[in-house]
Design a protein around this ligand. Structure first.
Ligand code: LLP
Length: 420
């Protein structure tokens, strides 16, 4: 459910007609709907209503835009961050430091110290080595860092290989069988307040089964850790819930997810934590683009060349991901076409042989479900600018991230004197 709908034949974000945004800001541009973000935040929370005071930490990596984070902060969300840069954003958006969870396999000493000084609520430790470093740094500064140990349950999440994180050969967490001994050693270190475990097996999960398998393993581990005398008070179940990208996708509803979690965790006696990203932001954004021209293809399907490219929305090139494409002013007719961007790579292809609304040069269209892992993964490849972002709220909109022009990027480069 989202608030991008046709009104009088023109696609709107809430009450704003998308051509108005194109006229004011240009294309390509990401457009987010505040009402959709809020709705998703509320639906996810409601799905977990059987749980006692779960901690909700929005996965900043999915959409780190400051205004988006502000909307979610106002919904009572904290943040899951994986870098000092993401931490700064969450804090700038007004999220309380104690509501921020610091994840990631490669936290640097500098980032750890900054997070300690900022009073970050919890570190999700991904290895014994990281735990020892955190303990040393915290102890030297007289902190007791709240920490949980991320375990790798060796479960196949059944999603794209590049966004699976819970198989034994993925880089994330410590093997679940080694977890008790590692936990014991970390627990003995001054500077650390070990209080539980974390798990996250992958993203865009369309079945609850692998999640349930992983959580069940975590339940067994908790019992084992308690048998060893450890106090387990917090368990972070990560993110991963999939969204609908195309007809036929049937991801579990947050309520089904919540019911499964409630059932599996009912005897755990811990505070559960969650790190949803895509399920909150995915359908709350579209990428608005303009058709540059349509050229004939060698077969039946012409190429619709749009002004958005793989540098603006990398998911199709990286994961063969599907994003629905709709004309902003559809005329009811359809055509079969290949949708491509201007970048000089065959990978710069959004769709092949896709039946879409008829579009021609200068028409506007949107790629849907682009609110998560869209703008945040943009690059300047082919010396293109960085795509701007707009937030819509009812009948008003604002540019919440400016377009960074190729000139600005060029201005940050320098030719050394000895080359002049
Ligand atoms: N927590 C951790 C530790 C994570 O690694 C991730 C995502 C999340 C939470 C949020 O997962 P979500 O609820 O959004 O599924 N760029 C890829 C997705 C990468 C996900 C990385 N980790 C894509 O465009 O599909």
């Amino acid at each position: 459910m989202n608030y991008f709908d046709l009104k009088n034949g023109v696609l709107h974000a809430e009450d704003v007609a998308l051509p108005d945004i194109a006229a004011a800001v240009g294309t390509p541009v990401y457009i987010y709907s505040r009402a959709t973000l809020e709705r998703h935040a509320q639906v996810f929370r409601a799905g977990l209503s059987a749980l006692d005071n779960p901690h909700l930490a929005f996965a900043v990596k999915s959409n780190p835009n400051l205004a988006v984070l502000k909307v979610l902060a106002r919904q009572g969300y904290g943040a899951d961050v994986v870098s000092g840069g993401e931490m700064d954003r969450a804090l700038a958006a007004g999220m309380a430091p104690e509501h921020i969870v610091f994840s990631g396999v490669g936290k640097t000493a500098e980032e750890i110290v900054r997070a300690l000084n900022a009073g970050i609520g919890q570190f999700n430790i991904e290895s014994e080595e990281e735990g020892r470093e955190l303990a040393t740094l915290a102890n030297a500064l007289n902190y007791q860092a709240n920490a949980v140990l991320r375990i790798n349950p060796d479960v196949d999440a059944g999603t794209h290989g590049k966004i699976s994180t819970g198989k034994a050969d993925n880089k994330f967490g410590v093997g679940i069988h080694r977890a008790p001994e590692i936990y014991g050693r970390l627990n003995a270190l001054p500077g650390l307040n070990m209080r539980g475990v974390a798990v996250h097996i992958g993203s865009q999960l369309t079945s609850l089964e692998p999640l349930e398998t992983a959580f069940t393993k975590v339940g067994i581990l908790i019992a084992e850790l308690r048998d060893h005398g450890h106090k387990i008070t917090h368990v972070d179940l990560g993110g991963g819930l999939g969204v609908r990208y195309r007809d036929g996708d049937n991801p579990p509803e947050p309520a089904e997810y919540g019911a499964m979690v409630a059932r599996v965790t009912k005897d755990w006696g811990v505070r559960l934590m969650f790190e949803p990203g895509r399920v909150i932001a995915g359908n709350a954004g579209v990428l608005l683009t303009r058709v540059i021209r349509v050229k004939p293809g060698s077969g039946n399907a012409p190429f619709a060349i749009v002004d958005a490219a793989m540098n603006d929305l990398a998911r199709p090139a990286l994961y063969d991901a599907w994003h629905d494409f709709d004309a902003v002013e559809p005329n009811g007719r359809k055509m079969t076409t290949n949708i491509v961007g201007p970048v000089c790579e065959t990978g710069d292809t959004f769709a092949m042989g896709r039946e879409i609304d008829v579009v021609e040069a200068n028409d506007l269209g949107v790629f849907r479900t682009a609110g998560a892992y869209g703008a945040t993964m943009a690059s300047t490849y082919n010396s293109r600018g960085l795509v701007p972002e707009v937030l819509v709220d009812g009948d008003k909109f604002a540019v919440v991230a400016e377009r960074i022009s190729p000139e600005t990027i060029l201005a940050a480069e320098h030719v050394p004197d000895w080359l002049k």
